[in-house]
Design a protein. Structure first.
Length: 219
């Protein structure tokens, strides 16, 4: 299928099995990467999925892209551009609607798969707009409440499922940051646990098989 021209650059993989309405999985890469990164998972995932791997909107030099800038400051250390992150959150929310219409997908069966910065955005989209999202696979990221929509706590999360995992020796995003997410999600009525794997900032093979199996029961 020809990739359509929408508001965010992306690549697609069509399902090899079609039964009724087509479920969709959106992939959101990490800081400094691009849409080809997570797309390597596409051929190994469920055959009924329409997969859309999205490129973040802010190009970096000399290559790669970001969902928002990360600044390194001698006084403040490392900090995120939350205004840019909120812009990206809403760009993704709009893009989901665009893509569902353009590719004729099932709006009630939407999965977000993020890695690192892509996970931070996936959390923010799902909690800000839970009516758009059914499942989230949150790999090696954390929940940044500063980029959630005001009043998000009042949203209805009954139909939202979240899988979280992290490397126990992650040197980029400390595991302690990731461990806070399940507790906050539980307060919102979303029950999940953090699956920890003995790796750094990456996805171990057993991690992949675990979230794939989880997804079997959710799509």
């Amino acid at each position: 299928m020809q990739t359509k021209t929408l508001s965010l650059n992306h690549i697609v993989k069509e399902p090899t099995i079609k039964k009724g309405k087509t479920p969709v999985l959106f992939m959101f890469h990490g800081y400094g990467s691009d849409e080809n990164d997570l797309f390597s998972f596409a051929t190994e995932l469920q055959e009924e999925l329409f997969i859309i791997s999205v490129r973040a909107p802010y190009p970096m030099q000399p290559h790669g892209n970001a969902w928002y800038a990360i600044y390194f400051d001698a006084a403040q250390g490392k900090f995120s551009d939350d205004a840019q992150a909120i812009e990206s959150r809403d760009k993704i929310a709009n893009f989901i609607d665009e893509a569902i219409q353009a590719y004729n997908l099932d709006a009630d069966n939407v999965t977000l798969l993020g890695f690192s910065q892509g996970t931070i955005l996936s959390y923010s989209v799902a909690l800000s707009y839970p009516e758009k999202v059914k499942n989230v696979i949150a790999l090696s990221g954390y929940l940044n409440e500063d980029i959630l929509k005001d009043g998000y706590e009042k949203n209805d999360f009954t139909n939202l499922n979240i899988y979280c995992s992290h490397g126990s020796v992650d040197q980029v995003i400390p595991i302690d940051w990731a461990r806070k997410a399940p507790n906050r999600l539980k307060e919102l009525g979303i029950h999940t646990t953090l699956n920890e794997f003995p790796v750094g900032h990456g996805v171990a093979p057993q991690n992949f098989y675990q979230f794939k199996e989880w997804l079997n029961h959710k799509i």
